[in-house]
Design a protein around this ligand. Sequence first.
Ligand SMILES: [Zn+2]
Length: 229
Amino acid sequence: MLPTQLRFLTSLVFPSQCHLCGAIMQTHEQSVCQICLDRLPRTTYLMNRQLQPLGATIGSNFSAALSFVGEVQILCYALKYGGNYPLAQCLGRHILAPHLLQRTSAPHLILCPISIHPRRLRRRGYNQSLFLARGCALGLQAAGRSAQVMELLVKREHRKSQVHFSQFTRWSNAAGAFALNHQRAPEGALVVLIDDTLTTGSTLLAAGELLKQRDPKMQLYLLALAKED
Ligand SMILES: [Zn+2]
């Protein structure tokens, strides 16, 4: 990453453009301009209410910020396959953080990305959920909350991408995919598990269940950037 002081030099030669509309961006904007961020389709009350009973099975809150349609699909694809970590950080900061701030007053938050297997990490170049979490932490800190990224999970086995799996196979595939890291979240903090896209919710639930097994008193929030309708 370029130091902030040097970034203006490259921006003179390669002015940064919005990933969606192509507009030349202001210096404080990154990846997606403020107008496009504001226009992204948010999840409806009903969409998030459907997630509540799933989260309740492990005593957790559960919500998603965006609806996986139109331009959100383009952004999620760029996150997964484009190696675009500034975009992940931008969406974490400007979408996930405001979403959380509206839903919890917890003063201390631990943001835990869903981990990916080292082999996939090498191929993809980065873990998009980690950079979503980092951006989210920046947004929460800017709003005066204490927020810290901690990787509490490790990926245990290499699984095929879920894209071609049926719903039933996805459920059974998610169980046993994670192991716990040696790190533990501080007592009393709200642990927010972060993933990019949500289809059945099986990945976040399996990871959350594992954390709850070790620490049943843990306050947990399952959070996805985008949910398929
Ligand atoms: Zn734009």
